[in-house]
Write a protein that binds this ligand. Structure first.
Ligand SMILES: *Cc1c(COP(=O)(O)O)cnc(C)c1O
Length: 393
């Protein structure tokens, strides 16, 4: 008999009932260090006082009004994002996949309005992840995500990660945009080297193509800059955001330049919930904290500390771990064993991590994690590695 919850997830037998900062508390009382943060969502950990305050204050005033009316919290959050990024304008969604939908629509509408309705092709990359909507799975293109769900939305060409020749060969008059994650998340924490992102920007400028960045996982201070592309010193035309921006409240956004957004006039797009007062009140509280230079400096310091600890962990378990990669507090441990075995052993040792493709275990802790918590998490991973070895016999 089918379970009452549609069984699309393979869930761990863990029932968290409370969160406190970097800690998750199980129904049986066990305390886990949360190095997954809801897959980079709980950017400030659980029950952060400023976020709880923003949410409860707003909840007592007004939860929802339609986008038929002005929403001051939405205006405030848009102003903050415009002030701190390349963007001139912002549309609010409720998730990453909705941000993908709009990014794709925006790029196509741009070229349509410019008198180039043929420029519908978007170049995307193998190993990428852009969400589970029809456009999201078509953009990622993997058989795992698309099989059985045809007809797949047309207009995406997929290239190997780092295959420069294939990319140059793929650019013809039908190409309107390039879509890429500056750091692949689901694909196994693969950072795009700065010179590649610079090269992509230059290529887009040369050919007159829009650059769309998916910063749903790597954005919002995760890498130690407010947005990951800042490390390369170039800016996109369109950027997808979600996950961390809401700190745990469902919120996403598409940021764009005035030029790239020029086709999106009244009536061309909309959302019932996107940018509602509750979500935007929380989003403002998140931005006020994570966008300060002091906060970003601390993220970088903690990231350096975690990375150093992980190098030690890897050196102590060369039979289990191969190496660490990533940017800021978006780190991946490449494993010599099945990453799910490490994740499961972590559960037994009281530490939460997240598996990714390419044999990687992901660490995406709250950005305000302390040094002591980092040390304790790595200690627990050390026990987990021993447990994996013992289980192998
Ligand atoms: C999680 C994720 C998405 C999809 O976001 P949802 O909120 O799950 O729809 C899209 N792109 C990237 C890079 C992601 O990590």
């Amino acid at each position: 008999m089918i379970p009452s919850v549609l069984p699309t997830y393979s869930r761990a037998p863990l029932h968290f009932v409370k969160g406190e900062g970097t800690w998750l508390i199980e129904a049986d009382g066990r305390r886990f260090l949360d190095m997954g943060a809801g897959i980079a969502v709980n950017a400030l950990g659980h029950a952060h006082p400023a976020l709880v305050q923003a949410l409860t204050d707003q909840a007592q005033k007004l939860w929802h009004v339609s986008n038929l009316y002005e929403i001051p919290q939405q205006q405030a959050l848009a102003d903050k994002l415009v002030a701190t990024s390349f963007a001139d304008t912002v549309f609010f969604t409720n998730s990453g996949t909705e941000s993908c939908e709009l990014a794709v629509k925006m790029a196509r509408k741009y070229w349509y309005d410019k008198g180039h309705p043929e420029k519908t092709t978007i170049l995307a990359f193998e190993g990428s992840f852009h969400g589970r909507s029809s456009a999201g799975i078509a953009a990622a293109g993997s058989e795992k995500m698309t099989k059985g769900f045809g007809p797949i939305l047309p207009g995406f060409t997929h290239l190997g990660w780092g295959d420069h020749d294939a990319m140059h060969a793929a650019i013809d008059d039908s190409v309107g945009a390039i879509l890429i994650e500056p750091v692949q998340g689901e694909g196994g924490i693969r950072p795009l080297p700065d010179q590649c992102l610079k090269g992509l920007r230059a290529l887009c400028d040369e050919k007159g193509i829009l650059l769309i960045l998916d910063e749903v996982q790597c954005g919002v201070a995760r890498t130690g800059r407010l947005f990951a592309h800042e490390w390369a010193g170039v800016t996109p035309d369109i950027m997808m955001v979600a996950k961390g921006i809401g700190g745990g409240f469902p919120l996403g956004a598409v940021l764009a330049t005035e030029e790239a957004a020029s086709g999106m006039t009244a009536g061309t797009h909309g959302s019932t919930y996107g940018g509602n007062p509750l979500a935007c009140a929380v989003g403002c509280a998140v931005m006020d904290i994570v966008s300060t230079p002091e906060f970003l400096e601390t993220v970088n310091a903690r990231a350096g500390f975690l990375r150093q600890k992980l190098e030690g962990l890897i050196a102590a378990h060369p039979d289990i771990f191969e190496g660490v990669r990533g940017l800021g507090l978006m780190l991946g441990i490449k494993c010599r064993v099945a990453p799910v075995d490490v994740v499961k052993a972590g559960y037994e040792c009281g530490v939460i991590t997240v598996p990714a493709a390419d044999n990687v275990v992901r660490l995406l802790p709250p950005l305000n994690i302390s040094e002591d918590e980092i040390s304790e998490a790595v200690n627990r991973l050390d026990f987990a590695a021993d447990a994996v070895r013992e289980a192998m016999g």
